[in-house]
Design a protein around this ligand. Sequence first.
Ligand SMILES: Nc1ncnc2c1ncn2[C@@H]1O[C@H](COP(=O)(O)OP(=O)(O)O)[C@@H](O)[C@H]1O
Ligand SMILES: CC(C)(COP(=O)(O)O)[C@@H](O)C(=O)NCCC(=O)O
Length: 378
Amino acid sequence: MVYFSSNSICSGDDQKNGFLKDGIDTVNYTVLSGRLHFLKFETTKISECMKFISTKRLQEYGDKDDEASASDKNIIKATGGGAFKFADLFKEKLGIILDKVDEMSCLVAGANFLLKAVHQEAFTYLDGQKDYVQIDHKDLYPYLLVNVGSGVSMIKVDGDNEFERVSGTSVGGGTFWGLGKLLTKCQSFDELLELSRQGNNRVIDMLVGDIYGGMDYSKIGLTSTAIASSFGKAVSENKELEDYRAEDVARSLLRMISNNIGQIAYLNALRFGLKRIFFGGFFIRGHAYTMDTLSVAVNFWSKGEAKALFLRHEGFLGALGAFMSYEKKGFTDITHQFMEQNSSVPKSSFCSEDGSESSTRAHVRDNECIECRVQVRN
Ligand SMILES: Nc1ncnc2c1ncn2[C@@H]1O[C@H](COP(=O)(O)OP(=O)(O)O)[C@@H](O)[C@H]1O
Ligand SMILES: CC(C)(COP(=O)(O)O)[C@@H](O)C(=O)NCCC(=O)O
């Protein structure tokens, strides 16, 4: 969920700054300064999401449809499968109409916005080293956006609204969570992630060295510690699932799925000559091992030609893109002005709900927000 809360209003007449794209020289506007909030709710806990909306009375600040009946007045933009699955629930419980916006369009709009407007959004992560990457707006396109949610979409992005979903795979975040649950009896994703942090994939994965007597297979560029076969050791060892540590299973599973995604992403980047691959989606969660595995996979297969990059607001691309799609209701100015306004801001400060500044960490904490200013044409 993404929502904006304004904390002050200042107005002014701006005659000539050519700020608005539609070419009107003179424009009177109101600038709202406030915060863009980012919150996540698991699908299984959609009731908590609705309770939050109701408590904050956010449904009263959606778009209004004057022609609609009283109960249908509040229109909230929504994207992804949930916009279809929960449409009736939101209408019945909160009187909200979910205005469905295409998921791929939202992912791209959200990624483009963050990469242009937010300071220290993108970063590389390899061998435990996180380095923020400054994106030159003039050199942003083209890139490959890999969104790892339940499944994986791979989108070639050529411009603000120019993109093509070029590939995908059903081996994604839901695979890690689903298989992880079955194999380790974990009851939450965070528990599974914590397990994977502590595990050793070499207990279960068959390594090149296990096959080549501890030697590298250097002729084809494989070291002895490279994985030859994920979960391959379980074939020859006379052990049952219970004989393996859940941590090691979780680690091997995470490695296998992340490696696979990294390799398919690289192959699509190669196919279109793309040098930058931005990974989004909540599967990543800023998890060091996941990011390192994706980075190693892209680096290894591209021989250093392509680069894996990550986003601080990785899981909010779709929701942010939906937020920005209020254009049909005359909110284009807010979005574009916000983008231009914000892009001129050297740095967006990240704040927690109580307004305290937070350091820019690798992953957005729940309800972390971005101080921002948006401009509304009166
Ligand atoms: N707290 C969590 N609960 C469940 N899944 C989570 C959680 N945090 C991260 N994940 C991972 O994120 C995936 C869903 O990612 P998300 O970007 O929300 O995609 P979707 O569009 O499919 O909802 C899950 O399949 C799981 O791998
Ligand atoms: C269908 C989806 C776009 C839905 O997005 P999600 O909710 O997984 O983020 C995604 O799950 C996906 O692209 N799955 C892979 C389909 C394929 O094999 O290309």
